[in-house]
Write a protein that binds this ligand. Structure first.
Ligand code: GLC
Length: 744
């Protein structure tokens, strides 16, 4: 293992190189300020900077250090998580700045995942917009609102690639694709950190969870991650690097092990790769008590040993574990940890505080006037509505029962998610106020006005076996011109510690759907969920399906905008929807295997298939419909044969062949036909969002550089091959036209 890891280091070093940044005047000023401050610090005060504790305000896990005010006043808590509110944060900051010996201001970190007070769609939904500018803008607004309430550090972006929808935290990420995940990771860092960290409306980002937290065995949260170094480097690590290359100021370690080594004690991950190969110059924070959890992993004999492992691995800051607070001093005295190590971490943390402008003005993020004017503004709410609609995906619309016919007289809204304010925010929306959410029923009633009667019956609960509400629901359906059936999960069925072994509609919702659809009334299902669900029966029977995800504060208005046709849906899924949980993990960029099925005979014996389920997903990566239709011309290439110095220029004409304007997300995939190792059947390498008026045609052009086709070879060199390639351009990962080219 050691030999291959050394190979990896050699190769990764070749690729990424260690770019030492030239020192600027500002750097020199910062360094001399920090040198002077550190010269005064006692070892206790240094260790205090490595300590991150919860205050009594808002807690996301067990509380280990309860005497937070005393620790702050003694300079033994340099950072606080989960505290917000300008006045409250100011009260804590004053304890550090005015009562501790060296007056060092504190970082105030919080999970601002998809909005702060104005809640935007969950991140998996946002990714389905494929709108990098909108994603960046949503985090810009989130940073503006969070900093108005004292927060200067956010535990975002979460960039964990995930191919297993049983894992509840898929809701926080961008889905299964590494290339798209890298683009989104960088956009989020730009949104949070803006142009200058010292501005009072920018926050320091913290890219998480480093690393490969999204690949737990069996989709069970916190479970073991074990994969080849090639998979780790090719599929799971790039989005973290993209966030770091975009300037992310901090990194959070993941709870999981990778091939036997927990991330919080993984020297290769945190020092050799992150700092020495990737050139990361910020600080690393553990996840919540993840240093203490090294005992549970069975790699630390006691909590002091856990502290030794983490400190020597490259982990600067202990989130609520109290391990560094209790043991770091003794570890230094005994020589098990060098004081130079502590000094390096203290410097990295003080640099973050300096860059945030906290030494100039420790209260710059505690301005209650901003809190009163910069939070949930009309512009933020309007953007939340627009973005939620952009993130929703039309999965089916047979017979064009959507958009709703303006002449209808009665709509029956039915289902447990039809009028649920609490669920619309989705997970990780702690500062969001669910009472300000717009439900589907409210959104539809607001649109319908007094022209259309809108009834509501719940029919059943989200979970449970009671069907006594079915009759009333069926009666309501029969009386209506159309049924809007609101089904899905509760918000707390995704997010942390929320894995599911089955990913179908919970409870008796499928039975309710059968009862309603059996009435013969046209039925459009609206799904509210935080993960891909296995809903083949809904796909078969419902007239239309709108994937609304958890759309945040403005969910109901956004869904109504689509249902009534004021918005033409354009979202496309970024995580495969399986037919059955038995297919998981199922993802589009899979390998061909030595016995691939033939589409003409998918059940052929002795091929890689199932006896009881097709190989194909219910909905493939990149899939989503519109109220209009689009056609694609053949793929054109500017050459047939290229040299390594050429850009491959591929193009297609996309025509809006329907009867209303619409936006299409045109996707480009490439297959390396013969590799040094097996290669995916296709990989996303480009996309373009194209607005087309009805009847309009546009030419979409993609430029691919051979370096975009690089991969890790058997010797772990990261480079591209000469040889034959196939380029696909189409509306999703399973449809489209192709052309072949060769790099000579
Ligand atoms: C949680 C999560 C992490 C979050 C942290 C602080 O356990 O794993 O994503 O940022 O603790 O709330």
């Amino acid at each position: 293992m050691k030999k291959s890891v050394l190979f990896v280091l050699a190769c990764v070093m070749l690729m990424s190189g260690c770019r030492k940044k030239a020192e600027t005047t500002d750097d020199r000023k910062m360094n001399s300020f920090i040198n002077e401050l550190m010269a005064k610090m006692t070892i206790d005060e240094k260790i205090g900077q490595l300590n991150l504790i919860v205050s009594g305000y808002n807690v996301s896990g067990p509380v280990m250090a309860t005497d937070y005010e005393k620790l702050i006043r003694e300079g033994k808590a340099g950072n606080v998580l989960d505290a917000f509110g300008a006045d409250y944060v100011k009260s804590l900051q004053k304890m550090a700045v005015e009562e501790s010996r060296l007056h060092i201001p504190m970082l105030f970190g919080h999970d601002v995942i998809h909005g702060h007070r104005t809640i935007f769609p969950i991140n998996l939904a946002q990714a389905c917009s494929w709108d990098l500018d909108a994603i960046e803008k949503s985090d810009r607004i989130a940073a503006t609102e969070a900093t108005a309430e004292g927060i200067n550090w956010v535990y975002s972006p979460m960039v964990d690639i995930a191919r297993d929808p049983r894992w509840g935290r898929v809701m926080e990420g961008a889905g299964e694709d590494t290339w798209l995940g890298c683009k989104i990771a960088a956009a989020r860092v730009r949104g949070f950190q803006g142009k200058n960290l010292a501005d009072n409306n920018t926050v320091m980002a913290c890219v998480k969870h480093f690393a490969a937290y999204g690949a737990p065995q069996a989709g069970r949260d916190y479970n073991t991650v074990d994969m080849s170094m090639r998979s780790l480097l090719e599929w799971y690590l790039p989005p973290y690097k993209a966030a770091i290359d975009a300037g992310a100021g901090s990194v959070m370690t993941s709870f999981n092990e990778i091939a036997g080594v927990p991330s919080s004690s993984n020297h290769w991950l945190l020092t050799d790769l992150l700092r020495n190969e990737w050139g990361f110059r910020g600080f690393v924070v553990s996840d919540y008590t993840s240093i203490w959890e090294l005992l549970q992993h069975g790699v630390a004999a006691d909590s002091a040993d856990a502290g030794r492992l983490a400190l020597n691995a490259g982990l600067d800051m202990d989130m609520e574990g109290k391990i560094y607070l209790d043991h770091a001093k003794e570890l230094i005295k005994s020589g098990k940890v060098s004081e130079n190590t502590i000094d390096a971490y203290v410097r990295e943390i003080l640099e973050a505080k300096y860059k945030l402008g906290l030494f100039d003005d420790p209260y710059r993020y505690c301005d209650s006037r901003r809190e009163a004017t910069s939070v949930m503004t009309p512009e933020a709410i309007a953007f939340a509505r627009w973005f939620a609609a952009k993130s929703m995906v039309l999965l089916k619309n047979s017979g064009n029962i959507l958009p709703l016919n303006p002449d209808i007289k009665c709509i029956a809204v039915i289902g447990p998610l039809g009028d649920s304010k609490r669920d619309m925010l989705g997970g990780w929306s702690s500062a969001g106020d669910w009472r300000k959410c717009v439900t589907l029923l409210e959104g539809i009633r607001s649109k319908a006005g007094n022209k259309i009667k809108v009834t509501y019956t719940k029919g059943c609960e989200i979970t449970g076996s009671a069907t006594d509400g079915f009759n009333e629901a069926v009666t309501a359906a029969i009386k209506a011109d159309i049924v809007i059936l609101a089904l899905g999960e509760s918000a707390d069925m995704t997010g942390e510690a929320s894995s599911r072994a089955e990913i179908n509609l919970p409870g008796v919702q499928s039975k309710l759907a059968d009862a309603i659809i059996s009435t013969g009334r046209p039925t459009a299902v609206v799904l509210f969920n935080g993960r891909p669900l296995t809903v083949p029966e809904i796909d078969q029977k419902a007239g239309a399906i709108l994937e609304a995800w958890f759309g945040g504060t403005e969910t109901g208005n956004a869904a109504a905008d689509i249902l009534f046709g004021d918005v033409n849906p354009s979202g496309k899924i970024t995580m495969t929807f399986p037919r059955s949980v038995g297919q998981v993990p199922i993802f589009y960029n899979c390998k061909n295997t030595g016995r691939p099925i033939s589409p003409a005979n998918p059940r052929e014996k002795f091929k890689s298939n199932y006896l009881d389920c097709p190989n194909t997903p219910l909905y493939p990566f990149g899939y989503g419909l519109s109220y209009t239709t689009f056609s694609y011309s053949d793929v054109r290439l500017d050459k047939k044969n290229y040299t390594g110095a050429d850009n491959i220029v591929a193009s297609t004409d996309v025509t809006n062949t329907g009867n209303r304007d619409g936006e299409e997300i045109v996707q480009l995939y490439i297959r390396d036909m013969v590799g040094d190792v097996t290669r995916p059947v296709k990989e996303l390498k480009g996309f373009s969002k194209v607005m087309l008026k009805k009847g309009e045609k546009k030419t979409v052009i993609f430029n691919i550089n051979p370096s975009d086709l690089s991969y890790y070879h058997q010797d772990m060199s990261f480079t591209w091959d000469k040889g034959d390639f196939r380029v696909f351009i189409g509306p999703n990962s399973s449809e489209g036209k192709s052309a072949d080219f060769t790099i000579e």
